[in-house]
Design a protein around this ligand. Sequence first.
Ligand code: HEC
Length: 128
Amino acid sequence: MKTGLQTIAAWMLTVATLGAQAAPPGTPPAGDPVKGREDFATYKCAWCHGTEGQGGLATVGPRIALVPRGLESFIAYVRKPSARMSAYSEASVSDAALKDIYAYLRAQAPAKAARDIPLLEQLRKPKG
Ligand code: HEC
């Protein structure tokens, strides 16, 4: 049976090993959010989805900031969109550029709730 100290030592070793490892299998290497921001404009994603992926006016493109999809699903969608968005082939936007765009979108701050935006809260509250 292990002593308490051995258990702690084994645990610390595990933590150290996990920390030293590269990302676990299946995890995509992180893209560059700064380059992603440029690409998001260059490839006109921003035209429909807004400069920060916040969603366009008149619902041209939905909000895609923070994309709940994984990287693979994100790239797959851009290559073969399901409805109105036009497809981007590998020749027009590389996987590497999409990885950067993905990193940029994932780096966005979460949207605030309406009640945390004073102006909206003012509108929501009945006057009087
Ligand atoms: C001409 C407008 C337009 C452009 C340009 C555009 N999109 Fe879209 N996008 C849409 C619309 C509209 C949808 C909603 C689904 C549909 O109609 O295909 C969408 C959906 C998406 C979705 C799926 C959202 C989800 O999770 O369901 C992703 C991801 C996406 N776009 C990424 C991109 C990226 C990345 C680019 C640039 C390389 C881009 N889009 C350029 C209009 C656009």
